[in-house]
Design a protein around this ligand. Structure first.
Ligand SMILES: *[C@@H]1O[C@H](CO)[C@@H](O)[C@H](O)[C@H]1NC(C)=O
Ligand SMILES: *[C@@H]1O[C@H](CO)[C@@H](O)[C@H](O)[C@H]1NC(C)=O
Length: 439
């Protein structure tokens, strides 16, 4: 047994023990944190193939809940994690919806609070980084679901799941296939039948469901295999805890509308990084910096934020109107072979957990987003998104509370290894408590 494997085993065992402790502690404190793991419907991929499907009414906890985390990974029929160099997970996302009431057609998506709600309306969603990105919603916050009655003409809330995966076994050009380069997919019209112009070299318009990327000779007739997204939802029942609801915002660095003086967002979702010039290479300044502005309709306390970047990404940041830093999120790259540590792939994004009240955004504040990629070579279909959870700013209790002794607040601990999870603040027994200056 290799030392690395042993270390993994030990790390896993302690994480499992901690998770069990977390569960017990949850019960003891009346938080009643619940966790369940589900499998998506199967999808089948042969070498080079793409699956990008929506699954309606997927398995999901029911009732009036506060979601505390959501994460997933691609597994095979035996339940073994599949590495990204075999099945590249472009993205998965989940969004609640209301199906038409009996006899009716269609459904109504219940999208997040904006600003790209037509294109990035999901409640949760990640890509290749999913295995090592913390999605824990810190206490006392939660994503409220299932609390509203369905609108007239619609049935109870359900959940839709979208999984976009690319099988790159035997790919002629693995990075090219994951970057959805149109020439490798031999695609000239997009999924809606629109011609793809010569100016569009790659991106999701060229790797839609049922397309196929070029593979080496020996893989052309490769057998399809069955895969699943295995996802874990953690939640508390709404009635069981005093949860403060959060709004979800997703920002897109490829949205140039505001910088061009337009008032409505125009989220493009992806962009192309050009190879840097020989001059910038000579100056050792081979970085593609993309900047966009986005207005947050309603402000509050940012309680969680995380960026989304593809391979080649070197960091993304979000700033307030005055330039103050709201969150800095950087990718982690794998360095090995096993699932969760694939060399050259983004296997995690660092998340921000600001002190409650420390990162505040005004209603209608124009935020600036920066997304950096290395310009070593051209890359198509790259992304720069920011996912934010924002809570209504709580009134300062100062005046009402006579002689407030400093609240002692324990730091929340987040781990991304071997599975991404965070110990809620109330669990960190034995950790030094931090003074909360509540300024
Ligand atoms: C690419 O598509 C064209 C027509 O759409 C087809 O004639 C050609 O054989 C395809 N090439 C490959 C390598 O699949
Ligand atoms: C992006 O690159 C610019 C220029 O090199 C640098 O000033 C900035 O700090 C970088 N930001 C991030 C988030 O990496």
């Amino acid at each position: 047994m290799s030392p690395l494997f042993l270390a993994l085993l030990v790390a896993f065992a302690s994480a499992t023990a901690a998770a069990a402790a977390l569960d017990d502690s949850a019960r003891g404190h009346g938080h009643r944190l619940k966790s369940r793991t589900f499998l998506s419907p199967p999808f089948s991929l042969r070498p080079g193939a793409v699956s990008n499907k929506w699954y309606m009414d997927v398995a999901f906890p029911r009732g009036h809940l506060a979601l505390k985390s959501f994460n997933g990974e691609v597994v095979d029929a035996r339940g073994s994690p599949v590495p990204l160099y075999e099945t590249y997970l472009h993205h998965w996302l989940v969004v609640p919806y209301y199906p038409a009431a009996r006899g009716g057609e269609g459904f109504l998506m219940r999208t997040n609070s904006g600003v790209c709600r037509d294109t990035l309306g999901q409640y949760f969603g990640l890509g290749a980084e999913t295995r090592h990105t913390a999605t824990w919603v810190p206490d006392p916050y939660g994503v409220e679901v299932g609390g509203d009655p369905p609108p007239e003409g619609y049935g109870e809330e359900r959940w839709a799941l979208n999984v976009h995966a690319i099988d790159t076994r035997g790919a002629a050009d693995r990075p090219g296939c994951t970057e959805c380069r149109c020439d490798l997919y031999n695609v000239t019209v997009d999924e809606d039948g629109r011609r793809i112009g010569a100016g569009y070299a790659g991106g999701t318009r060229c790797c839609y469901d049922q397309t196929r990327c070029r593979v080496e000779d020996g893989f052309v007739d490769g057998e399809p295999r069955e895969l699943f997204l295995r996802y874990t939802v953690m939640w508390v029942d709404w009635s069981d805890a005093a949860v403060v609801p959060v709004r979800i915002y997703i920002l897109d660095v490829a949205d140039e509308a505001l910088l061009q003086g337009k008032s409505k967002p125009d989220c493009m979702l992806e962009y192309t990084v050009e190879e840097c010039s020989s001059e910038s290479r000579a100056r050792n300044d081979c970085v593609d910096v993309k900047v966009a502005k986005e207005v947050l309709p309603r402000g509050g306390d940012v309680v969680y934020a995380v960026g989304h970047q593809h391979a080649g990404g070197i960091g993304t940041s979000l700033h307030g109107q005055d330039g103050r830093l709201l969150c800095w999120s950087t990718p982690t790259y794998g360095s090995g072979h096993e699932a969760g540590n694939e060399a050259g792939y983004v296997v995690g994004m660092s998340a921000c957990y600001p002190e409650p009240g420390a990162v505040r955004v005004r209603d209608g504040e124009a935020l600036t987003m920066v997304s950096n990629y290395t310009g070593e070579r051209r890359r198509t279909g790259v992304m720069g998104h920011f996912y934010l959870l924002v809570a209504d700013g709580r009134e300062e209790p100062r005046q009402q509370q006579p002689a407030p002794s400093k609240r002692r607040r324990r730091p929340s601990l987040c781990f991304s290894f071997p599975v991404p999870w965070c110990a809620p603040a109330w669990l960190s027994i034995g950790q030094p408590a931090m003074e909360d200056d509540d300024a």
